[in-house]
Design a protein around this ligand. Sequence first.
Ligand SMILES: [Zn+2]
Length: 275
Amino acid sequence: MLFMSSAFKTVFTFLVGRPLLAIVLAAAVVGVLLLGTHRQDTPVTHRTQHVKLTDAQQMQLGSQEYAKTLRENRARIVASGRQYAEVQRVARRIDAVASRDKPNFVWKVTLIRKREANAFCLPGGKIVVYTGILPLTENDAGLATVLGHEVAHATAEHVAERIERQHLTEVAAMIIAGGVAFTPAQFVRLTALLGVGAGLPFSRSQESEADHIGLIYMARAGYDPRQALAFWKRMARASRGQEPPEFLSDHPSDTHRVERIQGWLPQAQREYSRT
Ligand SMILES: [Zn+2]
């Protein structure tokens, strides 16, 4: 069940018995929500985007998925100790930089005890890190590389773009408006787009953009961007083993990744020298 406020619950209960009214109402709400497409420039790469879901709507979608993830992993949440402190420390610095591009987003990070080498940031700024990635990040700068990349997916509104491209914006808006009137198939496709733990299908160009923005973010946060190269080389080595890290299977790697990062390095080092 989706998270709903008690007011929505009352309305929802009322509408369940009146499906036609529910559909008309939902369509009206969606019509209002979708009047304006907002245009934004992506941070760092300055690509013009046309996205209909507002910051507030993206935050609500992300928060619902975040609450679900935390509920499902309640017994595995790490709330103290060295790894917890490291994740909080690095996330705070990266989030402070990302906030300049997305001042409305509310950033929060949770560390979950899992062997999977993975991390993700939901739309609106809610971050989840699995302990399994920490042996690969090795140090704060390595973790800043991962968090910079993940947070960049959120500030560049990549999920909203994917939702839009799959013509699911109306479904998303309806879910945000209280979960009335959607087909199960659409709902499954939408949650697959949000279901980051299970492999968020970002496009290759979005991945590359997240690498670029993330590199600049880590530099602005005061981490040596050359450490990003060291991290991606470690990941490439690890992926030659029998089981490549999940982080790479979610984020398809290619031989050009390190070369592209090398190309952005002078820009990143200028930003780093200003910190
Ligand atoms: Zn990615």
